[in-house]
Design a protein around this ligand. Structure first.
Ligand code: ZN
Length: 284
């Protein structure tokens, strides 16, 4: 969370420098540099915020909050789109699986169909980034999900940073799930997914998008791989449970910075977010 660290260091290191201004009549006055540095930083940060920062992963809430049944957030999809063009998540009241691709947000509903969704809808948990591929790999081998994970692991420079992943191409088989919208009082996610609808695809073209988080960020996000799928015709998809690749192109975005926006809600404030005991049941 130190995205402005460089500016701060710069300001501090120049704190004691003096700046001179000559007034009418030749009088010199000294002004501390800091004033000007602050104006400069203000302008710079103002500009930087308007630009899309591609190297920051943006996340709303935490995975443990979702596991605890905190299914309502205050963040709209319109706001989310300002922080990325690729990602995944879910919608308020846990109304289906979210996938963002090329800036478009898709909702894979519990009926297995894909819907475009209004910008005013809110999200309780989502992760997005402005995707820029740092590495691409073409793969013509048939791999199941476990083997694909191992293959990806071998091609990553370290297990200690975050990766955004986009995999497009032809799949022999894909198994996904979605979740039905919930009513209050909300059940924990582990209870909801006991009756999750699952969807099978055979010989299908489509795209997987998602992330790999380091183990040490367990509780903040899903450690390991978390991918959502959408078919090329944008008619089906969901949270990936299993797959068999046929001919795919993998693109990976190495990400060193994470920004987490925490909900300012009573439910979030009161929740026990340390446990996360159900993660394996829910996201694997
Ligand atoms: Zn998911």
């Amino acid at each position: 969370m130190n995205i402005y660290r460089k500016d701060t260091e710069y300001a501090e290191s120049h704190y004691t420098h003096k700046f001179f201004i000559r007034l009418k009549g030749g009088k010199m006055i000294k002004i501390k540099y800091l004033f000007f540095i602050l104006i400069f930083c203000g302008l710079y940060i103002g500009c930087a915020k308007k630009e899309n920062d591609p190297d920051v992963l943006f996340q709303t809430s935490t995975i443990n909050a979702l596991l605890e049944g905190i299914y309502d957030g205050a963040f709209t999809l319109k706001e989310l789109k300002q922080h990325g063009n690729l990602g995944l998540g879910t919608f308020n009241s846990l109304d289906g699986e979210m996938l963002m691709l090329q800036g478009v947000i898709y909702q894979v509903n519990a009926d297995g169909k894909v819907y475009k969704i209004a910008d005013s809808i809110k999200t309780p948990f989502s992760v997005v980034t402005f995707f820029e591929e740092d590495k691409t790999i073409s793969l013509d081998t048939t791999l199941d999900y476990k083997s694909l994970e191992k293959f990806l692991d071998k091609n990553l420079p370290t297990k200690n940073i975050i990766y955004a992943i986009r995999i497009e191409g032809l799949f022999k088989y894909v198994l996904t799930r979605s979740v039905p919208a919930q009513e209050k009082p909300y059940l924990p996610l582990a209870e909801v997914v006991k009756t999750q609808p699952e969807f099978e695809f055979h010989n299908v073209k489509g795209t997987l998008v998602g992330f790999k988080f380091p183990e040490y960020l367990n509780g903040i996000n899903v450690p390991g791989y978390h991918l959502h799928f959408i078919t090329e015709d944008k008619k089906g998809g969901g949270h990936l449970l299993e797959c068999e690749t046929e001919k795919i192109k993998i693109a990976i975005d190495f990400t060193e910075r994470l920004f987490v926006s925490l909900p300012e809600t009573k439910e979030f404030y009161d929740a026990d977010l340390v446990k996360g005991k159900d993660l394996e049941k829910v996201e694997r």
